[in-house]
Ligand binder design. Structure first.
Ligand SMILES: [Zn+2]
Ligand SMILES: [Zn+2]
Length: 254
């Protein structure tokens, strides 16, 4: 089976490789397509693209589209954080993502280290982990309305540091109610959900996002999935895809 990846970061944001290095790796792996998804500009986030960098990124991917047109189909996308604005007309597709929770106008990252997450829970939510989780899933559920995205990124990213339920219980009624509400809302939206293996190659998780129960519900509702490696390093461009291949999924995005 041939795989394509549409969730790919480059040196224009927090990835390790230039777009061209990634194109050459995708060609080497036999990918029919490759999609780029730089982090949208967000001042609080040093891993995101600058405004000038976003335009340079677009120019570079468009240049590569032409240069390699006989060898691979390239797509110019963006990973739009829910707290940032983009010019949608520049991009072939948008991956909508929640990386922060908001409290009284301040943003707190949920994927920037366990300590950062704990600090958010303690300073912004009075130590109530489930209040933080409810704020997170409230945002995830509104991703389509707020961004018009085509794909929902890493649905349960808030579990990044929670393997083995070390921080909170993913069977807790408040956890499930918040996540289910977001998922049911997204089921009614014209979006794909990604099966994201990004945290696996970095050693944070042994299974992809989202958890199997959410994947099953999504498929039972007749909705489509797409595989994504959330690639920050070309050695992991198709990481984990082979093991997932029996899960029904869309092979191309656009
Ligand atoms: Zn992300
Ligand atoms: Zn990403």
């Amino acid at each position: 089976m041939m795989f394509s990846n549409y969730h790919t970061h480059t040196t224009y944001c927090d990835g390790a490789d230039t777009p061209e290095e990634l194109v050459l790796e995708a060609i080497r792996l036999g990918c029919p397509e490759l999609g780029f998804s730089g982090h949208s500009h967000l001042t609080e986030d040093t891993g995101s693209m600058s405004e000038a960098g976003t335009l340079a990124y677009c120019r570079e991917v468009n240049r590569l589209k032409e240069k390699y047109r006989d060898r691979i189909t390239l797509r110019l996308g963006i990973e739009q954080d829910i707290f940032s604005e983009i010019d949608r007309s520049l991009f072939d597709y948008v991956i909508g993502a929640v990386h922060y929770v908001e409290k009284d106008g301040a943003l707190f990252a949920v994927d920037d280290g366990k300590e950062t997450l704990l600090r958010a829970v303690n300073t912004a939510f009075g130590g109530d982990f489930y209040a933080c989780i409810e704020a997170y899933y409230e945002l995830v559920g509104s991703l389509y309305e707020r961004t018009g995205c085509d794909v929902i990124a890493h649905f349960d990213l808030i579990t990044k540091y929670n393997e083995g339920n070390v921080l909170f219980d993913t069977e807790h009624p408040r956890y499930l109610a918040a996540a289910d509400r977001a998922l049911e809302h997204l089921i009614a939206c014209p979006v794909l959900l990604e099966v994201n293996t990004g945290a696996m190659c970095r050693g944070y998780r042994t299974v992809p996002y989202p958890a199997p129960r959410f994947l099953r519900r999504w498929l039972d509702a007749g909705k489509e999935l797409i595989f994504s490696s959330d690639c920050h390093d070309r050695r992991f461009l198709l990481h984990g895809f082979e093991a997932l291949k029996d899960i029904p999924h869309r092979e191309t995005l656009c």
